[in-house]
Design a protein around this ligand. Structure first.
Ligand SMILES: Cc1cc2nc3c(=O)[nH]c(=O)nc-3n(C[C@H](O)[C@H](O)[C@H](O)COP(=O)(O)OP(=O)(O)OC[C@H]3O[C@@H](n4cnc5c(N)ncnc54)[C@H](O)[C@@H]3O)c2cc1C
Length: 356
């Protein structure tokens, strides 16, 4: 079997590794170039996500790339998104997957003798037995599978953040810390050796366009942050001022219910199927879980039955987490701290050896 995996973010390379473990030939088709400097801020990989990585024998490699090289006291690991992508892609290649960059999926259809043909924006096409859409929140595969698929929902929060060094911020290394501001929410994780990664959420009524965001004056945004957190402990202002990277800014979206996850030999997973707001801290971890579960279904069932079983095993959980993320974001808008008692989310474990 040859699988075309669309997207080389979190879900894509993790799926590639999982499929290689069951003997599937894999080509990852990634829209962006190999040398890509613009891949976002940082994420917390949750205990359930780390467990999914462990099932794929990837946990240690990811932890080596994380802020402190180890999990924090609550079992989470902060990691730069660029580092997470790199580790997962390198593992996929080391285990026999191919990666084709500059391949943006634009269309796909059933091949005459079975399987699928994927078509790319550069005019090229590839054939495979299975197409796995891991192309993120604005997935093209989602609308190829179902032209009536819903679009994302804007959540009126702006995500800001950056990387700072040389500021003494309290807290155990790799532990997420929260600070509430005047109509704003600040979070960070410190290495204990002077490196601090931070984010902030500000209420943001109308959704900014991509062009508006690019044009937003970062000095003005920084002033707005400093004003929002003027009554917070002074290290918050030091973290904002001391940022050594560009100030990252992105609107918040989620995707509560996608009615159709698969059609024939095409299936979506990760953010393409169920995107949660960053407030849940679960997007990457859910994508990693999806990869493991889909591979188990393909291992244990005839191919035609695998997508439906994968959906059956995943839908209730991931939609529950998206709903939880939406509630947590609403709490932020109301100046409340999100509820972090999430045992049913964090304690979830997938037994790779057990049959589905
Ligand atoms: C500000 C912010 C903070 C976050 N914090 C956390 C956190 O703390 N913890 C957590 O678990 N999650 C967090 N998330 C969510 C997490 O980043 C996502 O859930 C996760 O990256 C989803 O993985 P994915 O592979 O589905 O999508 P992505 O990581 O977005 O990867 C999709 C890939 O597909 C490629 N692609 C897109 N379209 C095409 C196409 N047509 N053809 C080919 N390739 C294509 C893209 O270039 C990209 O490489 C955060 C998200 C944001 C925005």
């Amino acid at each position: 079997m040859h699988a075309l995996v669309i997207g080389g973010g979190v879900a894509g390379p993790a799926t590639a590794v999982a499929l290689r473990a069951i003997g599937v030939e894999v080509t990852i088709c990634e829209a962006r170039p190999a040398e890509d400097k613009d891949v976002g801020l940082w994420v917390m990989v949750a205990p359930n996500g780390l467990a999914a990585l462990e099932a794929l024998d990837l946990k240690e490699a990811v932890l080596r790339e994380s802020l402190t090289g180890a999990v924090g006291p609550s079992g989470f690991a902060p990691i730069r998104r660029v580092g997470l992508y790199r580790v997962l892609r390198e593992a996929a290649v080391a285990r026999g997957a191919r990666i084709a960059h500059d391949r943006r999926l634009v269309a796909a259809d059933t091949a005459p003798g079975g399987g699928v043909v994927a078509r790319f924006s550069d005019g090229t096409a590839l054939e495979g037995d299975l197409l796995v859409g891991c192309d993120g929140i604005h997935s093209r595969t989602r609308s190829v599978i179902d032209p009536a698929a819903p679009d994302t929902r804007y959540v009126p929060l702006l995500n800001l953040g950056g990387f700072t060094s040389g500021v003494d911020a309290p807290g155990e290394p790799a532990q997420l810390q929260f600070v509430r501001g005047r109509k704003g929410f600040f979070g960070y994780a410190a290495s204990g050796r002077g490196e601090v990664w931070w984010f902030a959420n500000l209420p943001w009524g109308a959704e900014p366009t991509r062009a508006e965001l690019a044009e937003m004056d970062r000095t003005v945004l920084t002033e707005r942050l400093l004003d929002t957190f003027a009554e917070a402990p002074p290290y918050v202002a030091d973290l904002i001022r001391g940022t050594y990277t560009d100030l990252y800014a992105l609107p918040t979206h989620d995707l509560p219910t996608v009615p159709t996850w698969w059609r024939g030999d095409m299936v979506i997973l990760g953010d393409a199927a169920h995107a949660t707001t960053p407030t849940s801290g679960q997007g990457s971890s859910m994508a990693l879980e999806d990869a493991v579960v889909l591979a188990k279904c393909l291992r244990d069932l005839p191919r035609a039955q695998a997508p439906a079983r994968y959906e059956q095993l995943r839908r209730e959980r991931v939609e529950g987490i998206v709903a939880l993320g939406a509630r947590a974001s609403a709490a932020k808008l109301n100046d409340a701290l999100p509820d972090n008692s999430l045992d049913w989310v964090l304690d979830y474990r997938i037994d790779w050896a057990a049959r589905v």
